[in-house]
Design a protein around this ligand. Sequence first.
Ligand SMILES: *Cc1c(COP(=O)(O)O)cnc(C)c1O
Length: 421
Amino acid sequence: MPETTSLAPLPLKSSPDLMDQISAQLIQLQDQKLLRKRRVVDGPQGPVMAIDGKQILAFSNNDYLGLANHPALIAAAHDGLTRFGVGAASSALISGHSSVCEELEVALAAFVGMPRALHFSNGYMANMGIIPALVGPGDLVLSDRLNHACLIDGARLSGAEFRVYAHSDVARVEQQLAKSTSPRKLIVTDGVFSMDGDIAPLPALLALCEKYDAWLLVDDAHGFGVLGPQGRGSLAHFGLASPRVLYMGTLGKAAGVAGAFVAGDATLIEWLLQRARTYVFTTASPPMLACALLATLELLETEDWRQQHLRQLAKQLREGLADLPWPLLPSESAIQALVVGDNQLALDLMAALFEQDIWVPAIRPPTVPKGTARLRISLSAAHTTEQVAQLINALHVAAEKMSAKKYSASGENTPADPDYI
Ligand SMILES: *Cc1c(COP(=O)(O)O)cnc(C)c1O
């Protein structure tokens, strides 16, 4: 075996021009305050995380119920490792569909009150597979302006006509459905909007689906585990059920693990199993994850203090921040968005909080529309009321510091972003 250190570096194949272009684009991102940096986290996710050797109070992840490091899930994953090993080793349709994954699909369908469920490796892949399996060229997809990137990408990939409506604009959806002659019509929406925290007008959207013979795909990445009785999700929150709805939930956020599922009418689910390419052509996820997820469902069904505590924390935060110069968007969920407008102001606020050992991410375009940069405060049932009080206090200190500086309140220095729809 030759020593790796003695190997000559591979010759660079790409043209210098191309590299210069990419470097210039990176510099441009930097100039626009849009260059993202990752912080290295040492150890598990939780309200307090180790970063650069320091203990930081974090309001940054989507572990809304505090399950990502829960002993019951860890024990179930250990047990799963012993029973199933580490990898699934093939696609579910070849030989990778384990008994525990089968059990999980049945349990997920029962939990959300739907006939059948199909388990995907993650939410991004679920949407990229579901939408093109349902609609194609000549069909119509209607999408909320604030939908998650993977709904948009899935819709684009399908080749169907893709129309975006203003956020929660049900009247506009009706106009589009009324004039459409497409054989298949699909409305796609986040259940809880990921960067705003508000809930989609699902009863009205479903009523339109009934009236105009359309389907509704709800991406409940931020509602599953949080909203509705025992966290059964945004459909349960409204008490909705219909064979026209496909319910997509992700399992890496409130559920604390990884993965996603889609639940709905048994025939539709069978079709997705046959035809969703991101299900068919990928290695099944490790069975031990399904073991941990069964432990999640057990906790959800037997204990609901987490959702109640979360609602209490949201109320505390909203009351505590009411006198800040920036608005909190209306939200009943774990996501509380403080919209400050300007990119640099959002970054400066994040830095001022970080100086106080608190981590709240600044969210900028293209993740949110131009001029709406914000702090996205993620609450978790694992936070204490004392920790939320600490955040409220730190934000007041930071706001005081910012008031002396000049920012463009409208976010005018934010460049137009062609990638954001
Ligand atoms: C996080 C998220 C996804 C992606 O789910 P992953 O399992 O993380 O790939 C999809 N939709 C929404 C609304 C999300 O917030």
